[in-house]
Design a binder for this molecule. Sequence first.
Ligand SMILES: Nc1ncnc2c1ncn2[C@@H]1O[C@H](COP(=O)(O)OP(=O)(O)O)[C@@H](O)[C@H]1O
Ligand SMILES: [Mg+2]
Length: 220
Amino acid sequence: VRTIAVISLKGGSGKTTVAAHLALAAQLRDLSVMVADTDPQRSIANVLSARGGAAPKVVATAGPKLLSVQMAATGLAKDLLIIDTAAGAVDDVGEAVVLCDLALLVSRPTLLDVAGLAPTLSLARRLGKPTVVVINQAPPPEDDAESPLVKRMLRAFDYMKAPLAPVILRSRAAYQTALETGRSVEETPDAAAAAEIAALWDYIWVRAESAAARVALSAP
Ligand SMILES: Nc1ncnc2c1ncn2[C@@H]1O[C@H](COP(=O)(O)OP(=O)(O)O)[C@@H](O)[C@H]1O
Ligand SMILES: [Mg+2]
């Protein structure tokens, strides 16, 4: 099972929104997906339970139980396990990163978020995990030019050598309204939001598969 840990030690960056959208993207592409919810607030469990019909299976759990959840996902021949984590939960985040093929860091393009990214980034680096940073809740470009705020933050990410995903998720109402009924923006008329998630999915899935393949090659 390919395992993706969605992390950030900062709250409100959009971990649950991104985790739910990736889980739904997998489901919409006929992959078998399981979600491990380690946030005691159970946000992703609530969001995905609002979905009628086929929904990704969500397991409410905690860091120390993640290994058995991952083994269960393997036993059930799941293609993908997505771990949603809570802000500030250093131990749970550590366990999620240890078990993942790919660590996905979510950050808003603001000074506070970018500064708060450093500890999360160094945790993933210490554990030697392939890491991707996705910028979320960015203001849309103005007249096709990136906003000055985003430009400045892109420079900060560059200083940190943050491995940025090639797609930036913008602040869009569709991300909120879609999840109210457990839907992905790919299932709404917001074509711009749908394109962002489709591009993020394509990139993340390739990265997760190649990371998992490297692990398999290095096994005895
Ligand atoms: N791209 C986006 N556009 C608009 N609102 C967003 C976006 N991403 C997240 N949000 C909103 O921001 C808030 C925090 O997002 P959430 O996914 O719960 O963050 P986290 O899980 O990191 O705490 C929620 O109200 C969510 O609806
Ligand atoms: Mg959350």
